[in-house]
Design a protein around this ligand. Structure first.
Ligand SMILES: NC(=O)c1ccc[n+]([C@@H]2O[C@H](COP(=O)([O-])OP(=O)(O)OC[C@H]3O[C@@H](n4cnc5c(N)ncnc54)[C@H](O)[C@@H]3O)[C@@H](O)[C@H]2O)c1
Length: 350
């Protein structure tokens, strides 16, 4: 079998997960790397034994017509230009979350994928967790009944990755666009991908100057940035076409007891809580009941391998993508609306 030739654009932290997944997939050959940071690029080339190294993705795409697909792992502002360049060059693209800086960019990316007839997969990795599989199965079995309310929280007390993540011109925003996407998309996925119809949001940038010595768990490849102009807390009420209302909260900085990464969905027959283990809340014998699972049911790192495996299967076998450009656009609409509502103080209808 002819192996797919893969390029990675952006060789920072998350690219390691993509590279490991491609290297472990016998259908693929990790073929070329691209990063605007020459030093980092050289180090990664050495690490993976790859000599095809480029500091400009357009040069890489022009030089290597044999490339089949690329992963876009750059900071957010480069997602749209790099994805569009690769699609226009006839490559399939797997783009990290968030899809883009805003809905307009995301819609343009989707249009280019359509025009090129190429796949555009989205890195909503939480869709590939064991918890997501289990929660989806519970929903499909009718264990939740009609889902009408959900909560999603991804809050860090002191967890800004710094660097470009705090520079709005390169990130598009703070914890909402970085962390919120994961848990908001997870709720959407578990609930069967309902479309958002309206959003009320608020955002605060009141702890921007707060410097604590407790180090965050995750740092950008280059943690220093010339500016810090993103929100430190964003909250939202999101209404979906199926009637479900989602309350979401997300922070880089917050005076609270502990970090939280949880998702809950409440239905007429039961509720499911992922925090991070998965529990089904229901009733039996006329009493409230709780079901836990005697195997690991929390999100695990193998999800990154699974999302790339699914992308490759979509290319080689035409398997459907679990997160596609439509999901990316739906998410960008939600995020844009939260920021707009936060600015205006009013609900935004989509
Ligand atoms: N799915 C997840 O769990 C997850 C986790 C972390 C990050 N991410 C996403 O992955 C992306 C990268 O995040 P990271 O943590 O790896 O950041 P990082 O800072 O470690 O790496 C980003 C890299 O992109 C490079 N870059 C920027 N513009 C470029 C361009 N035009 N061409 C080539 N390279 C370019 C930078 O030089 C840098 O090396 C972000 O969109 C982030 O939201 C996803």
């Amino acid at each position: 079998m002819k192996k797919l030739k893969i390029g990675i654009i952006g060789t920072g932290n998350i690219s390691a997960q993509h590279a490991a997944a491609y290297l472990g997939d016998e259908r693929c050959e990790l073929y070329a790397l691209c990063d605007i940071d020459e030093e980092l690029l050289a180090a990664k080339g050495k690490q993976y034994g790859i000599g095809r190294l480029y500091t400009d993705c357009n040069e890489m795409l022009a030089a290597l017509p044999e490339l089949d697909a690329v992963s876009v792992c750059t900071w957010n502002a480069a997602h749209a230009p790099c994805t569009i360049a690769a699609l226009d060059a006839g490559k399939h693209v797997f783009c990290e979350k968030p899809m883009a800086m805003n809905t307009a960019e995301a819609e343009e990316m989707r249009a280019h994928a359509k025009r090129a007839g190429k796949l555009l997969g989205l890195g909503f990795v939480r869709r590939f967790g064991r918890d997501a599989d289990l929660a989806r199965a519970l929903v499909e079995e009718g264990k939740l009944g009609r889902i009408y309310y959900a909560k999603a929280a991804y809050t860090r007390r002191n967890g800004s990755p710094g660097g470009w993540f705090e520079d709005k011109a390169r990130s598009g925003g703070g914890p909402l666009i970085d962390l919120g996407v994961h848990v908001i998309d997870l709720v959407r996925y578990i609930a069967g991908n309902p479309q958002p119809v309206s959003v009320y949001g608020a955002a605060f940038s009141l702890l921007r100057g707060r410097e604590l010595t407790d180090l965050p768990a995750y740092l950008a490849s280059r943690p220093d940035a010339p500016v810090s102009d993103v929100e430190d807390l964003a909250v939202a009420m999101i209404r979906f076409a199926d009637g479900m209302v989602l309350q979401a909260e997300t922070s880089y900085k917050l005076y609270t007891g502990e970090d939280e990464n949880s998702v809950e969905l409440f239905g007429t027959e039961g509720g499911v809580r992922i925090a991070p283990d998965l529990t089904l809340h229901s009733s039996a014998a006329g009493k409230l009941a709780e079901v836990s699972f005697p195997f690991p049911a929390a999100f695990g790192g193998e999800a990154y391998r699974k999302e790339i495996e699914a992308f490759v299967s979509a290319i080689t076998e035409g398997a459907p993508l679990r997160a596609d450009a439509d999901d990316g656009v739906a998410m960008m609409k939600i995020l844009d609306a939260v920021y707009l509502s936060a600015r205006t103080g009013h609900e935004v209808k989509l």
